[in-house]
Design a protein around this ligand. Sequence first.
Ligand code: NAG
Ligand code: NAG
Ligand code: NAG
Ligand code: NAG
Ligand code: NAG
Length: 473
Amino acid sequence: MMSNLKWGFVLYVFIFIKLYTGSCNTSGSSDPIAQQRLDRVLELPGQRFNVSFAHYSGYVTVNEESGRALFYWFIEAVEDPSSKPLVLWLNGGPGCSSIAFGEAEELGPFHIEKDGKTLYLNPYSWNQVANILFLDSPVGVGFSYSNTSSDVLNNGDERTAADSLAFLLKWFERFPQYKGRDFYITGESYAGHYVPQLSQAIVRYNSAAREKSINLKGYMVGNALTDDYHDHLGLFEFMWSAGLISDQTYKQLNLSCDFEPFIRNSESCDKLLDIANEELGNIDPYSIFTPPCTANFSLSNKLWKRWHMIGRINQQYDPCTEKHSTVYFNLPEVQKALHVHPGSAPSKWETCSDVVYATWKDSPKSVLNIYHELIHSGLRIWIFSGDTDAIIPVTSTRYSINALNLPTVSPWHAWYDDGQVGGWTQEYEGLTFVTVRGAGHEVALHRPKLALTLIKSFLAGNSIATLELVSDS
Ligand SMILES: *[C@@H]1O[C@H](CO)[C@@H](O)[C@H](O)[C@H]1NC(C)=O
Ligand SMILES: *[C@@H]1O[C@H](CO)[C@@H](O)[C@H](O)[C@H]1NC(C)=O
Ligand SMILES: *[C@@H]1O[C@H](CO)[C@@H](O)[C@H](O)[C@H]1NC(C)=O
Ligand SMILES: *[C@@H]1O[C@H](CO)[C@@H](O)[C@H](O)[C@H]1NC(C)=O
Ligand SMILES: *[C@@H]1O[C@H](CO)[C@@H](O)[C@H](O)[C@H]1NC(C)=O
């Protein structure tokens, strides 16, 4: 008994010294496992609750010569992480941070209060069913950086995929307990490019290495940019049929902008989009039935009350979440807790980088060719769509999927959550499509419970519940 205590004490002192010396070494450790320990986040500023799960954040160098490092935040499952799959989540932009959106306002556990300082626990966090890895990609986004400043001005799809693959290979060295774990890639919006492109890079890497270095099982994208032409047709049609734009603007857009690239279109097309924007008025195009952040939220405001009734939106819906994260992630103590290097941190942390967006290089007009390739490699592929989004709406996604010409396995039908229609679904050979009713561009923000049902079904590989569950009583 006594000697056990003594050994316990010796071990305690040893660990203490290790931790102490470790945390003093700001240049990091070359031993990946030691670095994993250094990356552990113990407590976040403004966190007034305890969590049962471990989480880690830090940098992974993806290119030594240029000094490119990607920043990640890895959050383990609430219970029994060793039995749960690993899920990577990517936001789009290009230029937007997965930590700002995915973690802090959509599917992550740590959400931010209106004061920008206090955290609350998201009850529908996806770490209830998986270990979630949030990656700020590419360099210039969030806390990801490059020591070669021109890198930030030369981002594009190809290097993003290559750097993300390099990230994953090194990340698995740092977290060897996840090597071989069932792995899924998920994301939304412009990640409609990143996710299939990274999946393709992994499949090709695995086949060249003649082993499944990364045990990729499937991917899922939402409100995803997929095919510029079909996405455009669907966008113009949606804006018109939802009653947001005039007949004339619809016809002109449809005539003049259909063959344009989705990011950085021509000036003439830009002018038409400006007219469309003007016609939209002050709504949130990312979620057309919820109030925009600029609205007057005084409760005595009648319009706001009516929004509550008509939209049946969650009482707590807060359209200004992006503002709160901008406050929170700029706090020096938050950056310290997340192991952000002061010398490498941006002078001002932003949810999305305009520079990265404005200087984006290669962006293929379509990723449908990758779908054709990957559908035959046995991956589980799901596409979902929040059906009140006017950025990459449900009509866009339907046109893009239809362009794949896949045979139907299970026809269009409603799916249910708690006896309510959660949306609609159609299963194709090699691809499942799921809409989420009443969700905007950020499905997990607007319909968190439905989004959790969606990720559960995806990971289980089941059809999403198709029968209305009628109670016995
Ligand atoms: C910190 O870690 C690096 C990489 O392992 C090592 O080269 C360096 O000597 C360490 N510095 C101190 C002060 O321990
Ligand atoms: C968190 O855990 C610590 C240690 O067990 C305990 O002292 C503290 O009261 C807990 N805090 C909350 C908010 O539950
Ligand atoms: C970038 O430069 C800083 C300062 O020299 C250095 O500490 C850091 O390790 C470099 N980052 C990478 C990814 O090489
Ligand atoms: C929009 O364009 C598509 C393709 O060019 C065409 O099939 C469709 O009829 C057009 N719709 C309208 C309302 O002009
Ligand atoms: C917001 O609404 C309140 C109550 O109707 C009103 O007093 C206030 O002037 C409004 N503020 C703005 C900026 O419109």
